[in-house]
Design a protein. Structure first.
Length: 162
């Protein structure tokens, strides 16, 4: 079976070894993928055990279990620069469904080595880039046919809202 972390690798060669022993995660991105995979597989204990000890995740076990219970659908790793000084970052988008609606969790996660193993400590939601033309009046907005559409679809204006 392919690994649920969307790596296109077999599960037994990707996240399963990390699920068996977190020391197998040599890079923050590997632990992040294994944490996502644990969400898909409803492995709440793995998620809790891979938090940094300062987070006291055991005390938040019920809330963590609720977040794991969503229907996780896809992971997209956006950036994972090499770690330095026992600290690493991974930016990702995780898509999930809840109550029949699709959502996207976009986060830049921070990982810290604790007892020589990577642990998730916190994350921030990156600000989405908003086209500054959205703040202009219609009369003042100049949109060329080949400009990106204001709606954020990524399509050319003429092929979208134009």
């Amino acid at each position: 079976m392919l690994c649920p972390c969307c790596s296109q690798q077999p599960y037994d060669q990707c996240c399963q070894p990390i699920h068996a022993d977190t020391a197998n995660a040599q890079l923050p991105v590997q632990l992040m993928r294994a944490r996502y995979c644990a969400h898909v597989l409803n492995n709440v204990d793995f998620v809790i055990n891979t938090y940094h000890s300062s987070c006291q995740a055991e005390q938040e076990a019920e809330a963590i279990a609720e977040s794991v219970a969503s229907q996780w659908e896809q992971l997209e790793v956006i950036d994972s620069p090499p770690p330095s000084n026992n600290e690493g970052f991974v930016e990702f988008k995780a898509y999930f469904k809840e109550d029949g609606k699709q959502y996207c969790l976009h986060e830049r996660s921070r990982f810290i080595k604790e007892n020589d193993q990577w642990r998730y400590i916190d994350g921030v939601m990156p600000e989405e880039t908003v086209d500054p033309r959205l703040y202009q009046t219609i009369e003042n907005t100049k949109i060329g046919r080949n400009d990106p559409c204001l709606c954020g679809s990524g399509k050319k204006f003429k092929k979208c809202c134009g």
